[in-house]
Design a protein around this ligand. Structure first.
Ligand SMILES: Cc1cc2nc3c(=O)[nH]c(=O)nc-3n(C[C@H](O)[C@H](O)[C@H](O)COP(=O)(O)OP(=O)(O)OC[C@H]3O[C@@H](n4cnc5c(N)ncnc54)[C@H](O)[C@@H]3O)c2cc1C
Ligand SMILES: *[C@@H]1O[C@H](CO)[C@@H](O)[C@H](O)[C@H]1NC(C)=O
Ligand SMILES: *[C@@H]1O[C@H](CO)[C@@H](O)[C@H](O)[C@H]1NC(C)=O
Ligand SMILES: *[C@@H]1O[C@H](CO)[C@@H](O)[C@H](O)[C@H]1NC(C)=O
Length: 420
């Protein structure tokens, strides 16, 4: 029988597999996609995400494949700087932040799994948990195969097929916001000065929504942007169709960011106009109800990453939380799979891990939700002024750490203290 079956090879899955490998625990990854399927967009990895990758020995390679930065500038709608916050800091956290293609992160994780001899079974769509037994669990796949393992981990994202077994009725709910992302090469900008006076990376808080501009390549010659827009729900297939409908995405950006009266800086208009359609991608933000536990009754099945919690995108912490969940769970599984482990303690050690992680998720969600409210468009002048004041006050009273020290300084190894 397999020791650990991991469903999903996105962000959390391979990190769990590699962390287990460090403890010499065998596992197999089951992934519905094929190895060549591409996913667009860039992600920002904060120090706490990079610390996990460093523990796996792949940070030094990834660092050279994206844009390293420390300060993120906040500006009002016309590009006037309100202040700067750290998204990372070599000095304070040992890591600057890294803006990088999502697909590069995934590729590197998979490459590392292959190097370590970890088996990945592609094109395997899990349809759910068949049953949980005393000392194992069984999952079923669309092709009819069933797999039994001592532990099953659902790392299969927000639309998880593992979560409903434990927590029925926790379908994701659309949050009312979506992201639209695109990239433009700096040399394609029709510019007098490359960035038209904006200090990059920066986040522009306009009355008509927010627009982040962030270099995404090591040398900074590729500029990515991330627009946050309010939107109506389209249903799951509707969202999948929109992701491929670049004309409609372009239209949404044009409507919002081009009109003179909306007052966005000239660089925003340039970026929107010069975007090559094939770089456009979208991301609807879903939330799942808060879970008080991430495990099954017999503690043989777990969920981690987006399958366990949806982190609002506004904190740049979705992948980071998935990584931390994975590394900390590996310590738990290493403990319980050790030959001298007393099975009577299984429930106890699992709930210590859950408390440690869920307490942190609650804090992170709280922190990032406040960020998200600022990104919504403001219907009235007064609301916009209040928003700008809040941002200004944050810098004034909290300094460049912006109250995020506890979030970025976290080390997944600290779970060992909680398990003791
Ligand atoms: C466009 C975009 C931009 C983002 N930007 C940021 C950012 O800047 N910073 C940040 O920290 N986070 C960001 N996020 C969020 C971050 O990507 C997620 O939080 C993170 O990927 C969660 O990791 P995960 O492994 O839990 O889930 P996923 O990465 O979604 O991986 C789940 C995997 O499971 C597979 N799968 C799903 N169902 C099944 C099944 N039934 N059987 C088998 N396999 C299955 C999927 O194909 C996928 O490979 C972004 C997300 C998107 C989409
Ligand atoms: C941005 O701030 C500057 C300086 O305070 C101000 O002149 C400008 O009108 C502001 N722009 C917007 C869109 O709020
Ligand atoms: C950078 O900081 C801002 C403000 O706290 C936040 O909105 C953004 O999501 C952060 N990004 C990362 C990668 O931490
Ligand atoms: C969430 O944020 C609010 C407002 O800042 C604060 O009062 C509350 O204690 C926070 N909750 C947690 C669990 O951190």
């Amino acid at each position: 029988m397999l020791a650990v079956a991991i469903i999903g090879s996105g962000m959390a899955g391979p990190v769990l597999a590699l962390s287990l490998h460090k403890h010499s625990i065998p596992c197999v990854l089951f992934e519905l996609r094929t190895p060549d399927s591409q996913q667009g967009g860039n992600i920002a990895l904060a120090p706490n995400a990079l610390r996990v990758l460093d523990h796996l020995g792949i940070y030094d390679r990834l660092r050279l494949l994206g844009y390293n930065y420390e300060e993120l500038g906040f500006t009002n709608g016309s590009g006037m700087i309100l202040g700067k916050l750290w998204n990372g800091s070599q000095k304070v956290y040992n890591f600057p932040a890294l803006r990088i293609h999502r697909s590069i992160v995934k590729e590197e994780l998979i490459r590392e799994c292959e190097k370590k001899g970890i088996e990945i079974r592609w094109g395997k769509k899990c349809t759910g948990v068949e049953e949980e037994r005393e000392g194992s669990a069984v999952v079923r796949f669309e092709d009819g195969e069933t797999v039994e393992a001592q532990f099953v981990v659902g790392a299969d994202g927000i639309h998880s097929k593992i979560r409903p077994f434990m927590f029925p009725g926790t379908d994701p709910i659309f949050s009312g916001l979506m992201g639209v992302m695109g990239t433009v090469m700096v040399q394609n900008l029709n510019s007098l000065c490359e960035t038209h006076g904006l200090d990059l990376p920066c986040m522009i808080f306009g009355a008509k929504g927010s627009f982040a501009i962030m270099p995404a390549s090591f040398g900074g010659n590729e500029l990515g942007y991330f627009a946050t827009l309010e939107a109506k729900d389209r249903g799951r297939t509707g969202w999948q169709m929109l992701e491929k409908n670049q004309a409609e995405l372009k239209e949404m950006l044009h409507e919002r960011f081009l009109p003179e009266k909306n007052g966005f800086p000239v660089l925003v208009k340039e970026l929107v106009e010069k975007t090559a359609s094939e770089t456009l991608t979208s991301w609807p933000f879903f939330s799942v109800p808060h879970l008080h536990s991430w495990s099954s009754p017999n503690k043989r099945i777990f969920v981690i990453g987006d399958a366990a919690h949806a982190i609002p995108p506004t904190g740049g912490q979705g992948a980071a939380m998935a990584f931390e969940d994975a590394e900390t769970l590996a310590y738990v599984l290493a403990r319980v799979l050790a030959s001298d482990f007393n099975a009577n303690h299984l429930s106890d050690i699992v709930s210590k891990w859950e408390h440690h992680r869920i307490d942190r998720i609650v804090k992170v969600v709280n922190f990032t939700t406040k960020n998200g409210d600022l990104r919504k468009s403001s219907p009235h002048y007064y609301e916009q002024a209040a928003k700008e004041w809040i941002i200004w006050a944050t810098f004034k009273f909290m300094g460049p750490e912006g109250g995020a020290h506890w979030m970025y300084a976290y080390n997944a190894e600290s779970v060992l203290g909680a398990l003791a």
